[in-house]
Design a protein around this ligand. Structure first.
Ligand code: MG
Length: 392
């Protein structure tokens, strides 16, 4: 019996790793819908290769190109928000939610409302609207499987254990490209230097978030919602080899950890296996003797203020993570364009958090409210960027 897998964000980094695994196990998986952003050629080719049941692009204007690429294939397709929701609504045993950014909220939530098993890679769903997502997952009987490597490692380390028996959960950070840099040098870093990730190969936005350690901040918030664990029991440690991804410290002193090569196919395979262990072709096995030593350092919130800001947002709760995430997306885009320096990211995010703390207090009740706050903070942040340039 084969399982039908739908992939939201099929042409992105996680989507590619997912479809690579689906190709390796044609007897086990059928490909339901594939959803992409705007790249008609890439999505069309993927849909043909995998013989997908449906293909959709979020960008409505790319519809004609997608139809052209798929003409003669017999694969139905569409473009725009309606087509994306149609893709989500199709029958699927597993939905891999790997659209990046706030754009992933609606399709991910739609899958959850259908009671699907959702392999969640879109961390913004939990950062922007975590309370609503977890509430609705329980309400509609949806199962959330963590794709993010740290959370997947935590889930495996937790096993059947109870979160009430956990003293602390720790996620690891590679430290990013600036791990050993002095603050002054980080201040002058270029987007190319920031995007140069030492251990993982990912998209541009997440690479910058890794350099600022904002990614770890987002992941702490993600862990808080996924495991129902409060901020006092969540921690980050820098581990440059990226071999251990998550550790569970138990009340009795035992520690269990999730280890793997830094390859996103490992956590994705764990999700797709639904309890079975898939064999991954071409995956490099973890050779501990070759790695030699595993080292650890405390995370430095002075050189990496985004981690401090994110911890504060997690502690404050309510709408603070929603505001922080929106400001960060604009700040990272501004940094990539060269409009603000690297520490301008933390500065803009902190200013947004301060500015909106008194305006939006409560956690968004639903996705609409989360997206409304997101849009408001983005508008404000876009406006704040040129002012920062003048000030800087
Ligand atoms: Mg991660």
């Amino acid at each position: 019996m084969s399982l039908t897998v739908t992939v939201l964000g099929a042409t992105g980094s996680i989507g590619r790793s997912t479809t690579d695994l689906l190709k390796q196990h044609p007897d086990r998986f059928r490909v339901g819908a594939l959803v992409g952003g705007r790249d008609a050629a890439a999505l069309g080719q993927l849909a043909r290769e995998l013989n997908a049941e449906f293909a959709a692009l979020a960008d409505e204007s790319a519809g004609p190109s997608l139809r052209e690429v798929l003409s003669g294939s017999g694969i139905p397709c569409g473009a725009g928000e309606g087509a994306v929701l149609e893709a989500v609504a199709r029958e699927a045993d597993i939905v891999v939610a790997a659209v990046s950014g706030a754009a992933g909220l609606r399709p991910t939530h739609a899958a959850l409302r259908l009671g699907r098993t959702v392999a969640l890679a879109n961390k913004e769903s939990l950062v922007c609207a975590g309370d609503a997502f977890m509430r609705d997952a329980a309400r509609y009987g949806a199962r959330l499987l963590p794709v993010d490597s740290e959370h997947n490692a935590l889930a495996q380390a937790l096993g059947d254990g109870r979160v009430s028996d956990v003293a602390k959960m720790t996620i690891t950070a590679s430290g990013g490209p600036f791990r050993t840099w002095e603050m002054q040098r980080i201040a002058g870093a270029s987007p190319e230097e920031a995007a140069n990730h030492p251990t993982w190969s990912m998209g541009m936005k997440i690479n910058i978030d890794s350099a600022s350690l904002m990614n770890k901040g987002l992941e702490l918030i993600e862990a808080h919602h996924l495991f129902g664990i409060e901020h006092e029991r969540l921690d980050v440690i820098v581990h440059p080899q990226s071999v251990i991804h998550g550790l569970v410290f138990w009340h009795d002193g035992a520690v269990t950890a999730g280890l793997a090569m830094p390859d996103m196919r490992v956590p994705i395979a764990h999700c797709l296996g639904l309890g079975d262990r898939l064999t991954i072709a071409r995956g490099r096995p973890l050779d501990l003797a070759a790695v030699g030593s595993l080292t650890f350092e405390a995370a430095d919130e002075t050189r990496f203020p985004c981690l401090r800001i994110a911890r504060a947002a997690l502690r404050d709760g309510g709408a603070a993570p929603t505001v922080m995430n929106a400001a960060n997306e604009i700040a990272v885009a501004a940094f990539i364009k060269g409009a603000i320096p690297f520490y301008g990211i933390a500065e803009l995010v902190e200013r947004a958090c301060t500015r909106f703390a008194g305006i939006h207090r409560a956690a968004p009740a639903d996705v609409d409210e989360a997206l409304a706050i997101d849009a408001e903070v983005r508008r404000w942040s876009e406006h704040a960027v040129p002012q920062m340039q003048v000030a800087g």
